[in-house]
Ligand binder design. Structure first.
Ligand SMILES: [Fe+2]
Length: 133
């Protein structure tokens, strides 16, 4: 389970609240898949998560551009790669006949590892840069 801590904030209120919401979304996905919810419900949740992530990346990239963040291009590539991997997992899930535990275990691990590392290490640098200006 992902726990939000204030030292993960980058100092932009709307980006921080979206990060918090993404943490909650990953925890919710974990809950839905371990509590044996129906495939259709999980499928809908994955759609919501994917759209939320895409919208969040867009807004976060706009914020990076607004402060002249120098690593924005590298950062955009990481967002793009996440979406690609996420959609590949989602396609596997959609293709499956039900909620397959090996796949959802992998998905849960991918989502929580990626999100935590990205927010605590990669996004963190945006906040450090904004503060140094
Ligand atoms: Fe990011």
């Amino acid at each position: 389970m992902l726990l939000w801590r204030s030292n993960l904030e980058i100092g932009n209120e709307s980006v921080d609240s979206q990060h918090k919401a993404l943490f909650e979304a990953v925890n919710e996905f974990n809950k839905l898949t371990t509590q044996g919810k129906a495939k259709e419900e999980i499928k809908k949740y994955l759609e919501f998560m994917g759209n939320y992530a895409i919208q969040h990346f867009k807004e976060e990239e706009e914020y990076q551009a607004s402060i002249g963040y120098p690593d924005i291009e590298e950062h955009k590539k990481l967002h793009k790669l996440f979406i690609k991997d996420f959609l590949a997992f989602k396609a596997d899930f959609d293709k499956g006949s039900g909620v397959e535990s090996a796949l959802v275990i992998k998905m849960n691990k991918f989502l929580s590892d990626w999100l935590f590392e990205h927010v605590s290490m990669v996004d963190k640098k945006i906040g450090d840069y904004a503060k140094s200006k």
